[in-house]
Write a protein that binds this ligand. Sequence first.
Ligand SMILES: NC(=O)c1ccc[n+]([C@@H]2O[C@H](COP(=O)([O-])OP(=O)(O)OC[C@H]3O[C@@H](n4cnc5c(N)ncnc54)[C@H](OP(=O)(O)O)[C@@H]3O)[C@@H](O)[C@H]2O)c1
Length: 270
Amino acid sequence: MNTTDFLDRYGPAALVTGASSGIGAAFARLLAEAGFDLLLVARRADRLHDLAGELTAAHNVKVTVCAADLADPAAVDAIAKAAQGVDIGLLVSNAGFGLKGPHQNNEPERMAALLQVNCAAPMQLTHCFLPALLERGRGGVILTSSVEGLMGIPFSAAYAASKAFTNSLGESLWGELQPAGIDVLALCPGSTDTEAHALQGIDPATLEGMMSPREVAELALLNLANGPLYIAGEQNKAMFDALLGMPRRDALRQMADNIRAVLLPRGEKP
Ligand SMILES: NC(=O)c1ccc[n+]([C@@H]2O[C@H](COP(=O)([O-])OP(=O)(O)OC[C@H]3O[C@@H](n4cnc5c(N)ncnc54)[C@H](OP(=O)(O)O)[C@@H]3O)[C@@H](O)[C@H]2O)c1
């Protein structure tokens, strides 16, 4: 699909959560390059305003900023308010975070926030923005999930479970909305070069074969009509095809070894 067709099908404006860094910022840049007006959401307002200034100057698009903490169940109401007057044809629910390490070491408050940000917010956002898409009979929804949602992931139990939720939400909505002309994609990136790893206490130098956030976002936009679920990157697809073809107990043991290898440098003894 060329840029004009893409804008006609999913424009004129896109809502991107988690736009202050990583994959979300890459989505925002690519969509502005394609001529989309944007509503950008995250907690770090300074970063969102910097990005808005950059994109407005470079692409002559209208960018609205909404600073919101998606761990607060009321955040979606604030986003809906900020979206008044913005004609959203594409929802990119991308904000999320992970917790790595032995499950019993996670702080309960962080797990509650993870559930709200990774699971409840995409569910509420789709609920809020779908009526307008249905009314016009076209549009798109991208839910940034993870390859970790494709199977259980030892030492990432809460995060993997949250992304299994996202995959199921995406697949279910794809089934509901395909006849109405709305494309839904659960995007499953593998390891991507963003701030997410350091936030989980993992040294990015211990990770191999990371994709760039721009590459991941670009592949997602290219494959938006090829839902319900898309694994970004041939290497990630081959790895998870192999894991999912194995007896599940063997796959889980192999994955536990892989994650131990990146956790051990920070001194944990899972
Ligand atoms: N990097 C990877 O290897 C990888 C792999 C698979 C899937 N993913 C998924 O990709 C998505 C984007 O992550 P990333 O890798 O780009 O990491 P990132 O650079 O850390 O970006 C995460 C984004 O989510 C926002 N966010 C986090 N908590 C939030 C909250 N409580 N309220 C509002 N916004 C919040 C952050 O903004 P603020 O901090 O400004 O609020 C930031 O914009 C996530 O859903 C992640 O699970 C990442």
